[in-house]
Design a protein. Structure first.
Length: 344
């Protein structure tokens, strides 16, 4: 019997948007160049400089539905590309961009409600504005949650400035999906795709460490948080975190009296680890009820149809029982997102 699959980690963009530099009066913004001469592709540009080429499946619901059907993906929880977070901008402009992205997400979801759900974006650099957008997105747009970055400028995720966002997420029953971003790009990290291969796992582990040692999951016990890329390097280094807490509580237990291991089983990760042994470790550390299929579609570093990889490969080829595979591919996501699986 074919198992249903919900992909918690994938990205989509609006097909086009206004010239934000002209609209806001300063640079740093991303634009889409559909006149790049490449059929079915567009170039993402930042201040006129090339950032990345994306294909039609990055903005077209119809294109991605064809590939979802091909790959056996029942539902995608759509989220934007992290470069659109725009936490560096003026707060009112970040809010405006967030609303634009969220409205586009909602339009895509409403056109195919049995295939898509939306994870919105927020002006995390302005928490009170973020709270406003959270309420709008949950109440009016019917989003089950939001994608947020692994940090917000100089704020790690334990920063008290972010508490209103966590409290509102609890009150609304909205989930948070944490995606690494804003890694060091230059200097020693300028070769070998290091920001993505090394920087992203480190960013995610930093975010997890801050939520645990910062007492966020203790202070907001109803908060549902999922971390991308299998929790980054955290599952392999949880013993190091615990040992640090044990031997240097003066440094590690300053904001939360509970040890890091106390929170295992109280947060989620996706399954995107690209390796059978890594997935087994992830299940052992995080728990079989706390891992969800994530592909990072449509990008090549994800678990997409490229090279020897396809969506869900590591889970489907794992030496797990059908019961556990069903949890990782579908059931856990239904619980995390508070969805009724019969509607998909």
């Amino acid at each position: 019997m074919t198992m249903k699959k919900l992909d918690i980690h994938n990205h989509i963009l609006p097909k086009e948007w206004p010239d934000l530099k002209k609209k806001y009066g300063y640079g740093g913004w991303v634009s889409m160049d559909h006149k790049c001469g490449l059929v079915g592709k567009a170039n993402m540009m930042k201040d006129g400089e090339f950032f990345r080429t994306v294909e039609e499946n990055c903005w077209s619901a119809e294109a991605r539905l064809k590939e979802m059907d091909r790959d056996g993906i029942t539902v995608q929880a759509l989220s934007t590309v992290p470069i659109m977070f725009s936490y560096w901008a003026k707060p009112e402009d970040t809010l405006d961009v967030s609303r634009m992205v969220n409205d586009d997400l909602a339009s895509t979801v409403s056109s195919h409600p049995s295939r898509f759900v939306g994870l919105g974006t927020l002006p995390m650099n302005a928490p009170l504005l973020a709270v406003e957008e959270m309420r709008r997105a949950v109440v009016d747009l019917k989003f089950p949650g939001f994608q947020i970055g692994s940090h917000v400028g100089d704020w790690n995720l334990d920063s008290k400035e972010l508490y209103p966002i966590y409290k509102t997420a609890e009150d609304l029953g909205a989930v948070l999906f944490v995606h690494p971003w804003d890694m060091q790009m230059g200097g020693r990290m300028s070769k070998y795709w290091l920001p993505w291969l090394v920087g992203m796992p480190a960013e995610t582990a930093t975010a997890i460490c801050c939520l645990l040692m910062g007492g966020i999951l203790h202070n907001f016990p109803k908060l549902k948080v999922c971390f991308a890329h299998g929790g980054g390097s955290f599952p392999y280094t949880v013993g190091r975190f615990q040992h640090g807490y044990n031997v240097r509580p003066d440094l590690c237990a300053t904001d939360c009296h509970l040890p890091p291991r106390e929170f295992l089983g109280k947060f989620w990760t996706d399954s995107l680890v690209h390796d059978q042994a890594a997935l087994k470790l992830l299940v052992d550390v995080i728990g079989e009820d706390r891992i969800m299929l994530g592909t990072d579609y449509p990008f090549p570093l994800g678990e997409v149809l490229i090279s020897d990889t396809y969506p869900g490969k590591v889970v489907l080829e794992a030496d797990f029982s059908p019961h556990i595979k069903r949890k990782l591919l579908w059931d856990n996501a239904m619980e995390f997102l508070n969805l009724d699986g019969s509607k998909f």
